[in-house]
Ligand binder design. Structure first.
Ligand SMILES: [Zn+2]
Length: 192
């Protein structure tokens, strides 16, 4: 393609030229007699067509989450056999998720044993350490392995942070135990 860079960096709304000079292409729009950029990018002119387009500068880098990644996320909803998890962190990656991503945890991925109800093993507001088992959104999660599962839990009754006592979740305030599929990495001072 016979192209020429007109402007290395243009911002949304910036005038690239006037319509007498060239035709508006991808990533541009016409406002009055001006051709303006619709995005942050590089303005490129196709010399054959006299058409200008803007190539986005925001690169779609490697996907934030890959199959096999271990993530930390909060259970935000449970619908029958599926829990919705808000993924907040990817372990071992210098990765800050600008927006939390959604993951799904199906009841078949919580244990090797039979589980009748998801709410027997996880609850809304629990923080999970989970493995990503597919490679594109919506991300499917698994907590079957020993290190995976609930890493932080809050009492269903009073919302207090629960501790571990005799290998069970215990609310120091209500003095009751609760059941979960616990991770071996359960922590009472987890930072997300
Ligand atoms: Zn409690």
């Amino acid at each position: 393609m016979n192209e020429k860079v007109l402007k290395q960096v243009v911002v949304p709304g910036e005038e690239i030229g006037v319509i007498e000079e060239f035709l508006p292409g991808e990533g541009t729009y016409v406002d009055g007699g001006s051709v303006r950029s619709a995005m942050l990018g590089t303005a490129v002119l196709d010399l054959n067509e006299r058409r200008v387009r803007v190539r986005s500068l925001i690169k779609r880098g490697p996907l934030a989450i890959e199959r096999g990644d271990i993530v930390l996320g909060e259970v935000v909803g449970i619908r029958k056999d599926v829990a919705v998890v808000l993924i907040r962190k990817v372990e071992d990656k210098e990765l800050v998720l600008s927006k939390p991503l959604h993951g799904m945890l199906h009841i078949s991925q919580v244990s090797d044993k039979f589980v009748e109800f998801l709410s027997d093993v996880i609850r809304v507001t629990d923080i999970l350490r989970a493995k990503v088992i597919n490679s594109r959104p919506p991300y499917q999660l698994s907590i079957k392995e020993r290190g995976l599962g609930v890493v932080t839990a809050f009492c269903s009754n009073c919302q207090s942070l629960m501790t571990i006592r005799n290998r069970k979740l215990y609310c120091p305030r209500c003095r009751v135990q609760e059941e979960r599929k616990l991770s071996a990495k359960y922590s009472t001072n987890l930072k997300l």
